[in-house]
Design a protein around this ligand. Structure first.
Ligand SMILES: Cc1cc2nc3c(=O)[nH]c(=O)nc-3n(C[C@H](O)[C@H](O)[C@H](O)COP(=O)(O)OP(=O)(O)OC[C@H]3O[C@@H](n4cnc5c(N)ncnc54)[C@H](O)[C@@H]3O)c2cc1C
Length: 342
């Protein structure tokens, strides 16, 4: 078995609440690792509304989703958390008092004295395009994410979609692909104007083929694609030989593996004690959008409060022999030293 990564607290989910938990834990000398399915931090703020303004973060009259994520990353810098991005936590089991073993879909194993589930609305999962018979190719020659660009070197690629992901990967993969065809249902792209311009320049100089229409048929065998048929809006069908298809149709949120961790759920949410934000399993916490309790409101500020109380309780699992002394950051030189300001 892979050598386990040992940590005080493992945080599942690097959304705003998981990030702030690092700060509250750090003030108490508790080290944290974070795992997130996404290849970036920030959860819903970064993935769903990076440019939208948020108006209800205490003492910050207005900040964008991504701005909040940047500020949180700056705030937790002194605690030097370790991020494991692009990985989904699949299993969680209690193996001692207090000790948890957690594994990811990429084979990492963690052992933590406490675990904070900050999984929000669950896992972001790619939307499957409406192409009959796509399932057998998924994970083999149909990919919803690019984990390693080199996998696509010298391959004939078909990228489908009109948003930022489709455009970014078109621009990044075109130089290494043997041939790249971008397919979108209309000749109007939602992505950043600069990316649209760069893509159009590539099309103009022959570096990328642009097809307006929809992929209607896949050909191949044993999970390996050989061609895709694209039906244009005028009804004409073009057959494009390809080795891989990369659809970027956005993400949906599904509860995912959280449902398999032996917790009694209430409407897909994890019930917690509101004094500690601990679940029914000692040492296992749930904070942010994933939890439920009487009066729960799914707001970032509520998640921040939950993270603070979770950290106070987690301290007893990490340092069972020590007594926790409450301190303010304004007046404690000890805390200020940890923050690097004293
Ligand atoms: C359009 C929109 C506007 C909003 N506006 C506001 C607002 O103005 N003010 C406000 O307070 N709130 C707002 N919200 C709600 C706010 O974004 C959420 O309350 C907040 O993001 C919850 O944070 P979180 O960290 O609990 O979860 P999330 O932000 O959902 O992050 C959870 C993370 O956990 C990861 N994850 C899940 N399962 C796993 C797993 N098994 N393994 C690894 N990682 C996993 C996910 O990939 C995700 O990144 C808005 C939400 C939306 C969609």
């Amino acid at each position: 078995m892979t050598e386990p990564i040992k940590t005080d607290v493992l945080i599942i989910g690097a959304g705003p609440v998981g990030l702030f938990a690092v700060f509250e834990l750090g003030l108490l000398d508790i080290k944290a690792h974070l795992v997130d399915i996404l290849d970036k931090v920030g959860g819903q703020c970064a993935e769903l509304y990076p440019e939208k303004p948020i108006y209800d973060i205490p003492a910050i009259p207005q900040i964008s989703g991504q701005g909040l994520v940047h500020a949180l990353m700056e705030q937790i810098k002194p605690f030097n958390p370790t991020f494991h991005l692009g990985e989904m936590v699949t299993t969680l089991e209690k193996i001692g008092e207090p000790l948890f073993r957690v594994t990811t879909d990429r084979g990492k194993v963690f052992e933590a004295k406490a675990v904070a589930i900050a999984a929000g609305g669950g896992s972001f999962q790619p939307k499957r395009p409406p192409i009959n018979g796509i399932e057998p190719y998924e994970g083999k020659s149909v990919h919803y994410a690019v984990r390693k660009m080199d996998t696509f070197r010298d391959k004939r690629l078909v990228i489908v979609g009109g948003g930022d992901s489709a455009l970014d990967w078109t621009l990044n993969l075109a130089p290494i692909a043997k041939r790249l065809t971008l397919v979108h249902r209309r000749d109007d792209f939602r992505g950043a104007p600069d990316s649209v311009n760069k893509m159009r320049a590539l099309v103009a100089n022959g570096g990328v083929d642009l097809k307006i229409g929809q992929v209607t048929l896949l050909e191949g065998g044993d999970g390996q694609l050989t061609a895709a048929s694209i039906k244009g809006n005028d009804g004409t069908v073009t057959r494009v030989e390809c080795d891989a298809l990369l659809p970027f149709f956005g993400l949906t949120m599904k509860l995912g593996p959280v449902a398999d961790w032996g917790l009694k759920l209430d409407d897909d949410l994890i019930p917690v004690d509101t004094g500690t934000f601990e679940t029914e399993i000692p040492g296992l916490f749930a904070i942010g959008d994933i939890n439920t309790y009487p009066g729960k409101v799914k707001l970032i500020l509520c998640g921040f409060h939950e993270a603070a109380l979770m950290a106070q309780r987690a301290y007893h699992y990490v340092f069972p022999e020590k007594r926790l002394v409450f301190q303010y950051t304004t007046s404690s030189t000890n805390l200020q030293k940890k923050l690097g300001v004293a």
